[in-house]
Design a protein around this ligand. Structure first.
Ligand code: DC
Length: 205
C-alpha cells in the first residue's frame, strides 16, 4: 500500500458519514479525523464566552474529546463559527497535515473533497432524506438523555444544513468527482459495504 492515501467523506448532518468513516478507517487501518469536532470545539468555547478566531487558533487535541461536544446547541454554535473565514483558515493546516500523515487517512466533514483535500484519492458524499436523518439524530440524542422532539431535531437540522450549504466560503457540497451514497434505505452494514467497495476501487492494485 502507498504511504499516503486520503479518503474524503462529506455530507449533511446525520447522513451516516461519521459511522461510515469510523468503520472504513477501521477496515483499512487508516487514521480517522471527524472534522466537525474541530468546529464543535470552537463553538463550545464561543458559547462559553471565547472569541471564535482566538479559540480556533488555540485549539488543542484535548479540546476534541468530551461528551458535551455532541449537543444540539454546540452543533448550531459550530455551524455559526464555521461561516467565519478566520476560523476556517485557522483549522486548515491541522486537517491537511492529518490527511498527509503516514498510512491512509479518512477525513469527514463538509468541505473535505472540495477545499481541504481536493486531491483526495477517493471522495464520498453521503446523504439521506431529511426525515431519515432527523429520525436517526433524534434516536441518538434521546438515547443520551437529551430531551428533544423529532420535529425540533428536523427543524434544527434544516437550519444547520441551509447555513452550511449557503455560506460563501467552503460551502457543504459534493465534489464533482465524489461517489454519491444515499443511505436513506440502507442499513449501517450495507452503507459501509458500499463505501468500502468505492475505496477499494481507488486503491492501487
Ligand atoms: O459534522 P458535524 O455535524 O459535527 O459538524 C458540525 C458543524 O461544523 C457543521 O454544521 C458545519 C461545521 N463543519 C464545517 O463547516 N466543515 C467541516 N468540514 C465540518 C463541520
Amino acid at each position: 500500500m502507498r504511504v499516503q492515501f486520503t479518503v474524503a467523506i462529506d455530507g449533511p448532518a446525520a447522513a451516516g458519514k461519521g459511522t461510515i468513516s469510523k468503520a472504513v478507517a477501521q477496515h483499512f487501518g487508516f487514521a480517522h479525523l471527524d472534522t466537525g469536532l474541530l468546529y464543535r470545539a470552537v463553538g463550545l468555547k464561543v458559547l462559553n464566552g471565547a472569541d471564535p478566531t482566538q479559540a480556533a487558533r488555540a485549539l488543542t487535541p484535548g479540546d476534541l474529546t468530551g461528551g458535551d461536544l455532541r449537543t444540539p446547541d454546540v452543533a448550531q454554535a459550530a455551524s455559526r463559527v464555521a461561516i467565519l473565514p478566520e476560523v476556517r483558515q485557522a483549522l486548515v493546516d491541522f486537517q491537511r497535515s492529518f490527511a498527509r500523515g503516514p498510512g491512509g487517512a479518512v477525513l469527514d466533514g463538509r468541505d473535505i473533497g472540495t477545499v481541504i483535500c481536493p486531491e483526495a484519492d477517493v471522495k464520498l458524499y453521503v446523504t439521506a432524506s431529511d426525515e431519515v436523518r432527523a429520525h436517526r439524530r433524534w434516536k441518538e440524542l434521546t438515547g443520551k438523555g437529551i430531551d428533544v422532539t423529532e420535529a425540533e431535531v428536523l427543524d434544527e437540522m434544516r437550519i444547520r444544513d441551509s447555513r452550511d450549504a449557503g455560506r460563501d466560503l467552503a460551502p457543504m457540497r459534493a465534489a464533482a468527482d465524489a461517489v454519491l451514497l444515499d443511505t436513506s434505505a440502507l442499513s449501517i452494514d450495507a452503507a459501509t459495504a458500499q463505501a468500502i467497495a468505492a475505496i477499494q476501487a481507488g486503491l492501487p492494485a
